[in-house]
Write a protein that binds this ligand. Sequence first.
Ligand SMILES: [Zn+2]
Length: 630
Amino acid sequence: MKASLTQAWFCCVVWLTASAVGADDWFVPFKRVGDYKPKGPAHCFRQFNIDWSWIALRPDQVPEFLSEADPVALAEFCRRMNVDGTVVMAVPHHGYCTHETRVGTKFPGMKGDWFGRTIEELHKRKIAAFGYVTLNWNWKFIRENVGRDFIHGKPDADGVCSSRCVICLNAPGYLELVEGYTREVLEKYPVDGMRWDILISAKKGGLHGSSDCTCEGCRRLFRQLYGQELTRWQDFDERRHMEFYIATTTRAVERLRALCKRVKPSVDIWQNCVSSYHENDLNVGRRMDIAYNEFADSYRLMLLRGATGKPAAINGLMNKASPAPGAPLTPLDHREWRACLALGGRCYSYYGHKQTDHKTLLPNDTIQGWHREQLAPFYGMVSQIEPWLRDAVPVSHVGIVFSEATRFRFPCYDRAPYVAAMEPIANAGLQRSAPVEFVNALDLGKPQKQLSRFKLLILPRTSGLSATELDHLRRYVRAGGSLLVAGDALRHDSRGKELGGMALAKEMGLQHGDTLLSTLHVRPFGRGKMACIADATQEAIDQLAGPAPLTVQPPEVRVILTRQEKQHRWVLHLLDDGPCTVEIRREFVPATKITHQFPTSGWKCAVEKTDVGLRIKASDRASDRLLVLE
Ligand SMILES: [Zn+2]
């Protein structure tokens, strides 16, 4: 007995040592849930969500849910799709639980512990499982509390709540319930991540036509924040409404974060409504472990990564459409999905989720067909190029300084005009194979940001910078960088109040009240340049930034260059299929040779040295191409 135990221990040590040096040390057997090492979402490039929150919405359908659900069938479906991480719903919007619960109620028709068995089957297939709990749309809670002042909106005649009802996030006891679910998931199950769904609260003109809430929880928070009584919302101005709303959603995020980091800090967490589309504070995304960008394009992906300071973002490129059974399906857009991967995204799909069977939790034949024909081959390709995606960051020579405080000057703190002002600059960069990088003003002083690698920093309408942040910009220019202030940037303080002139006006050589002209105004400052213009034109950007790291011919072909610092190499993602020539400047990429091409056959490339670096000619046509340079 003793000998066999020693032997088992020895085998275990050898195995662990081997896996530590191997590429894949995830899904290692564990004794206690607390010992399980999660494979977080940043390591999963092929994510999925078999979302079944939006099917069978009538309360009388609840008993049918999961009545025929087979965890093996679901895990096999994910494996066949080449998925490496999926959301697993513990508490969907229906408000019932799929896990063993004390704080909630299990789906009555479910057999056994569906949540636990599904995670087990996924892990057997080396697929990460991310726990999911609804935050705002707990329809069971809503129905049980209809008529109370913290429930806004009413279910329809069939008892369907859908998105017509919303729970105030300050509702007495409600966050405690969500915390309870979350604690159960983290303590009892080896989840690889944790995510909540929807982050909104009640406010005037908000979703569902809700009015500002005056429930007991709101009154308590109001007193805490402002030291005064919340009487009637009409007594307070628009700014107070928005500030309270943001404080409400931020409080929920912080409470859930604190709980998770207490229970199991190694589990990465994220929220789905902290993005450029939502009113929530984007800076609260910095408190999450990964950024999350649903239904998003490349621009929004770059913006969110920069704003949150995260190297990776789960980037939903899923098609919202749920075509009728048998109807033609939308082909997966390889170019867009590949761009997402090159820009630090993690692919994430839940195409056609409204055609999932609520009894089996499997999609119908039409949607299964899309997954088989479109998603599976694409994810198969991603699994092959994964070594060149890990820890890779796009190479940018132009940065855009983002400040969340810019929104405070707009009515209702609307971020949209600011987002719209940055979009053409970012998209032009992408089109010219020179993606910009967004830098949150809060990160300007961080040495790891290495501001000196940017030839140019642009402030398009960006305002609200602190004195320290302005100092970082001065230092950057003094050391040789160029700064371009565009439009009405730097004219408002951190609360959105007008300054009466532009910060840095003196450094620009402007009078305090001067308005900017349509021609570029440039002034030397230290070893660099301070510049301003009414609209940041491409001409002005090129003049200040100088040549980009890459030049591509024909110009409509898109290429994204990334750097893998740890591996000392660069990766050139060719997003289009035809022949092209890429000139690479040595100044940015001191590479001398191509060490790998993907796919290995079907196309050719030739490399030659030029005066400024390398010229690469790719001939023939092939999909999903990349080149590795060292
Ligand atoms: Zn309330």
